[in-house]
Design a protein. Sequence first.
Length: 528
Amino acid sequence: MAGGKWVGAHRVLSAMIMLAGPGLVSGCSGPKGPSAPPSAPVGGGNQAAKPSAEERIVAFCGACHPYPTPDLFPRRNWESEVRRGFDFYRKSDRRLDPPPIAEVIAHYQAAAPEHLPILPRTPDGPGLARTLVRAEVAGPHPGQPAAISHVALVHLTDPRRPDILACEMAAGELLIRPADRTDGGTAVLASDLAHPAHAVVSDLDRDGVADIVVADLGSPIPSDDRLGRVLWLRGRKEGGYETRILLSRLGRVCDVEPADFDGDGDLDLVVAVFGWHVAGEILLLEQRRAPNGSPEFVRKTLDTRHGTIHVPVVDLNRDGRPDFVALIAQEFEAVVAFLNEGGGKFVKRTLFSAPHPAFGSSGIEMVDLDRDGDLDAVLSNGDVYDSPLIKPYHGVSWLENLGLDRPFARHEVGALYGAHRAVAGDIDGDGDLDIVATSFLGEPYYGEQRKAVGADAVVLFEQTRPGEFRRHALERETCDYPTAAIGDIDADGRPDIVLGRFRNFRFGGAAPAESAGGTGSGPFVIWK
């Protein structure tokens, strides 16, 4: 959400993760950038020409981020967007030359459309979507609200078939659907976790027993309160988990990923602290051994920007050392590679910068989409919680790796209202990678809008030729899916699609059942 994150970003989530961020017009709360450019002299005189009102507006509104063009919002929204932007500017440490606020409002209202375009409805038809079958997965608390912020396919109970591991933010729990569970339902793996946003399985202490590392938002709503935590669910040899707090008093933590970044044989952690306006950062937790032999971690700040959603670990330059890629939202809207030089040092390379601050980054996956031997990025942008408005410029793209010495090339895969997660897998079994994308347009803000336009909720983009995709709508209007994963959960040789959803949940309390989006009551949906 460019104007606000509830935070994945996939950010309660990757959705909750993002609500309410900087304003579009002059959100200058980040690191200082260049001031508004001076007017250039005109003709041969020595006196600089006085800039026009429009030039002052463009210079002021584009001083901290790309200039937001009037077509990003309808006319009725611009006054509130401008006033919010000025409010953020007044709270920042920037010293620019703002034009009168009335002139800025008039500028945008005069050029803005009355309404944003409506996306065309995905046509029904024969094909791949017709061969997939939808099933609901029951949760451990029938009839209670559910808010699944993250799903992952992991091996905790069966080395051959994956379990479904999920973060449930309504109850502050980790849920598991074991691969061998005969009734198909889910169980509570751990509780009292506040607001878990992401979980990863890793043997953090190298004792041969699988652990789980959790990113805990602490607060699902916009806040710079330092309630975020990094939790270690240490696996016991006799079964079960012991919860340890590795780091607390952070801004809202969206993601945490393990890797041996310093090459000393143990696992370190990279932490995405989304925060809000101030409290965000990217941290490296380097593992050391305490005198008693147990792991302890030394904190190092790698980046001071707020708004980071995901930090997937990859060896981007193929030098044998783990790097990571950060998706940074809010006013930054960028994909940044952190290339590991060893010894806890990283070089930053910006791989992609969004064209405007309403881009609404929501999730990223690193994958070799074009099968040319290097890693590309599948990117979703659909954070809509800055304003109660569906936006036709949200959707799914893939960023083509052209080499780390230049930015990745963005290719649009397809538009999707509220695009919140996009994951790749060979769904049709033809040897290339398709993309599954989900929409999160939660109640009560978007219930009527998503019905009025027949919004796609789950879309399969079938790759038919390299870089070309055919669109299939698996579901419409049930736009309550902030997270997804692809894997063969039933060991039949075909990949399945696992979706996590919000059910009867609203920030500040549960929604009445009749107002909740979607069909059925399960917190998970599987397409096979």
